[in-house]
Write a protein that binds this ligand. Structure first.
Ligand code: AHR
Length: 310
């Protein structure tokens, strides 16, 4: 686990006499452009809100997040927030936080705990909806043909909420027409390098790929390198749908190498700090705060790219 004081972190725990709220935040890692933008949003908004942030990077490992949360409990921070790398296995540590009287806020990703009193609120995207938007776009592209449409899927981190839900949302939509076939599906761990590696294997094993559905832009960008390396034209020979809409993904969309992107906003910092202040003040907060998001075609990407924040 890599831990640091973050913005204004001074090593002191909650109960400091400077009157500031101390927030312990356990981040998933730095696996993607989305995650980098999310970390910046959280650090910048904590600073702006005058919140003492203790930031810890779990390097994509659940055990590191559990250690970080236990360390935040020991330090008696005022609030703990975290973005759970996977959905299951959180009940014990969440109960420890509850017993210590430290409220927990989930950001970005959900946990599968049935006891919802273990956390105050969950702020983040509706990942099932994102998968559905990807599926809807695809179905609309192929209304005039009955030929099979061969799809390969690059899944996010195994066991993570976005991987589970984006798969489900997409799968539910394309299941309405048997011509859509997922001929290969494997994790690319949300990273560019793994996306490239897995796509190379997909291309070797399957000569007739029509569509790639990648659960994030980074894996899609890695896959583009693999497709070009195999002498094919991304966006033309193989249609590509991704999720996130980070700058590099939007550039590839504007350049015609990706066909459609479903937005997943990483700019959760301001809303998170607002929730932290409300929870700390003992105010009631909504149990679920859903991020507002859109989708982008190639033309839309060209139009919005100059003003894109991340
Ligand atoms: O949980 C959000 C997902 O995590 C993003 O879509 C992906 O890029 C990131 O790694």
């Amino acid at each position: 686990m890599t831990a640091c004081g973050g913005d204004g972190g001074d090593g002191a725990g909650g109960g400091t006499d400077d009157g500031k709220i101390t927030l312990g935040f356990s981040q998933v890692g730095a696996e993607s452009g989305w995650r980098t933008a999310n970390t910046k949003s959280i650090q910048d908004s904590a600073k702006q809100a005058g919140i003492d942030l203790k930031f810890s990077d779990a390097q994509q490992k659940q055990e590191n997040q559990i250690k970080a949360i236990r360390s935040f409990i020991q330090q008696k921070v005022d609030i703990i927030a975290f973005s759970p790398v996977v959905e299951s296995g959180w009940d014990t540590v969440l109960k420890e936080a509850k017993d210590a009287g430290i409220p927990v806020i989930l950001t970005d990703r959900a946990v599968d705990s049935t006891d919802t009193t273990l956390y105050k609120t969950f702020i983040g995207s509706d990942f099932v909806e994102e998968g559905k938007k990807a599926g809807d776009w695809l179905v609309n592209q192929y209304t005039t043909t009955t030929d099979p449409v061969n799809i390969v899927e690059l899944q996010g981190t195994t066991g993570s909420a976005p991987a589970n839900d984006r798969k489900k949302g997409f799968g539910d939509v394309i299941a309405t027409d048997p011509k859509f076939k997922i001929i290969a599906s494997q994790t690319g761990e949300f990273t560019r390098a793994k996306g490239k590696e897995v796509m190379e294997a997909f291309l070797k094993a399957n000569p007739d790929i029509d569509v790639l559905y990648a659960h994030n832009d980074d894996m899609g960008l890695g896959a583009i390198e693999a497709i070009e390396g195999a002498g094919k034209k991304p966006g033309t020979d193989i249609k590509i749908i991704t999720v996130d809409a980070v700058h590099d993904g939007m550039q590839a969309l504007a350049d015609g190498k990706i066909n459609f992107i479903v937005e997943c906003s990483p700019l959760l910092g301001p809303q998170l700090m607002d929730l932290v202040q409300k929870v700390h003040a003992g105010e009631t907060v909504e149990p679920r705060v859903i991020t507002k998001e859109t989708t982008f075609t190639q033309e839309q990407a060209k139009a919005v790219l100059p003003e894109r924040q991340y």
